[in-house]
Design a binder for this molecule. Structure first.
Ligand code: CP3
Length: 342
C-alpha cells in the first residue's frame, strides 16, 4: 500500500508529497465518458460496478496517491424526500425546494445502510479492484452546503435565500441542520465501516458567510460530525475560505482543504503548524498547463516544504476541459520534487 496520503494526513513525514484531485473521475477522462455513455451522472453513482470502475480507472490513469469513491453529495437527499436532477454544466436542480418549517419537518429520516446500499456496495467493489494499491477516500456534503442546495433549488451565486432562511427562521434552520448532521454522521460512519481510509466533508459554498454567521449557524454542526468520526483522518473542504480559516479550523478536522484564494503558507501562519493542509492550485492552471502551471505548482510546494502534513491538490474540482496529460505531469512534478526529503 502506498501510505504517503495517510502519512501526510497524520503529519508523519511521507515518502513523497501525496497528490490526488477532487473530481479526478469525471468527464475530462475518456475512460469515464465511455462508461458513463448517455446516462446521467447519478445513474453511474447508483451502479456499483460502473462507479467502482470509474474511480479505479482515474487512479490508474493519473498515478495519484489516493482514490475517491464515485458518488455525489446529492445522493442522500432523494431518500429524505428531496427530488433532484443534475443538469449538465449547471449542477443540481431541486423540484421541491425547502422554504419553511413544515418543509423541514416533512424531511424523512433515512437509514443510509439500506437506503443508500449502492454507495456501500460501490465502496466494497472499489476496494476490491484497488487491491491495496492506494487508500480510498469517502465523502459527504456538509450540512450547510446540502441545506443551501435544498433551499435555493439550484446553483446560486450569493445564496441569498439560504441566508434569508437562517436569519428569518432560525428555529427551522436549527432543525434542518440537526437532521442533516445526523444523516451525514450515519452516512460517513458506514463508509468508514466499509473500509474507506479517510473522509472528506465538502462545505463547498459556505465561504459566502461572514465569520460570525459561520460560527453561529454552521460551526457546531460540522464540529459534531468530525467529533463523531475517530478512526480515520478527516479533511474539510471549503471554497473561498480565506475569511473563515480560523473558525473553519475550530471544526477540528485533521486537514483543511483550501482554494487558490489563500496562499497555502498563510493557513499555517493563521492556524498553527499542527494543522494539515490540502490544495490549492487553481483548476484553471491545471486546465491551461504549460510553464505557468509548473511555476505556480513549484511555488506551492516551496511554501509547503517544511510541513509533513501537506497534500497537493487543486483548489476545487478538475474542470472538464482539462487534458489528462496535465494532471499526470502534475503528479510527476510533485512526486519528483519531494521524494528527496526522506
Ligand atoms: O472523482 C470524483 O471526485 C468524483 C466523485 C464526485 C462527484 N461529485 C461526481 C460528479 C464528488 C467528490 C462530487 C462532489 C460534489 N458534487 C460536490 C462537492 C465538490 C465541489 O465541486 O464543490 C458538489 C457541490 C456536487 C454537486 C454537483 N454534482 C455539481 C455542482 C455538479 C457539476 C455539474 C456540471 O455538469 O458541471 C455535479 C455533477 C457531477 N458529480 C459530476 C461528477 C463527476 C460532473 C458530471 C459528469 O461527469 O457527468
Amino acid at each position: 500500500m502506498n501510505t504517503s496520503f495517510i502519512d501526510a494526513c497524520r503529519k508523519k513525514e511521507p515518502e513523497h508529497t501525496p497528490v490526488w484531485f477532487m473530481r479526478q473521475a469525471g468527464r475530462y477522462l475518456p475512460s469515464y465518458r465511455k462508461i458513463k455513455g448517455d446516462r446521467p451522472v447519478i445513474s453511474v453513482a447508483k451502479d456499483p460496478e460502473a462507479a467502482s470502475q470509474v474511480a479505479v480507472d482515474a487512479v490508474a490513469a493519473l498515478g495519484v496517491d489516493a482514490g475517491i469513491i464515485f458518488a455525489d453529495i446529492m445522493l442522500p437527499l432523494e431518500k429524505m424526500g428531496v427530488a433532484f436532477k443534475i443538469e449538465e454544466n449547471i449542477g443540481p436542480i431541486i423540484s421541491n425546494p425547502i422554504r419553511n418549517e413544515s418543509d423541514v419537518d416533512a424531511l424523512r429520516t433515512i437509514e443510509p445502510e439500506t437506503d443508500l446500499e449502492f454507495v456501500y456496495s460501490g465502496i466494497d467493489l472499489t476496494l476490491q479492484k484497488l487491491d491495496g494499491l492506494v487508500p480510498l477516500i469517502g465523502f459527504s456534503g456538509a450540512p450547510f452546503t446540502l441545506a443551501a442546495y435544498m433551499i435555493e433549488g439550484g446553483p446560486s451565486r450569493n445564496l441569498e435565500m439560504t441566508k434569508a432562511f437562517l436569519y428569518s427562521q432560525p428555529d427551522a434552520w436549527k432543525t434542518l441542520m440537526r437532521k442533516l448532521t445526523k444523516m451525514v454522521e450515519c452516512y460517513l460512519d458506514y463508509q468508514v465501516k466499509h473500509g474507506v481510509a479517510a473522509i472528506q466533508l465538502f462545505d463547498s459554498w459556505v465561504g459566502c458567510l461572514s465569520p460570525g454567521d459561520y460560527e453561529r449557524f454552521v460551526l457546531p454542526y460540522s464540529r459534531d460530525i468530525f467529533s463523531s468520526i475517530d478512526r480515520v483522518p478527516k479533511i474539510h473542504f471549503c471554497a473561498d475560505s480565506s475569511a473563515l480559516l480560523e473558525r473553519f479550523k475550530e471544526t477540528e478536522p485533521d486537514v483543511m482543504s483550501v482554494d487558490w484564494r489563500v496562499p497555502i503558507s498563510q493557513v499555517w501562519e493563521r492556524c498553527g503548524d499542527s494543522i494539515g493542509v490540502q490544495g490549492n492550485l487553481d483548476p484553471v492552471l491545471a486546465m491551461t498547463g504549460g510553464k505557468e502551471m509548473v511555476k505556480q505548482s513549484r511555488e506551492i510546494l516551496h511554501q509547503a516544504r517544511d510541513h509533513p502534513g501537506y497534500v497537493f491538490s487543486l483548489g476545487h474540482g478538475v474542470l472538464k476541459e482539462t487534458p489528462p496529460e496535465n494532471l499526470r505531469q502534475l503528479v510527476q512534478l510533485v512526486h519528483r520534487g519531494t521524494t528527496s526529503r526522506t
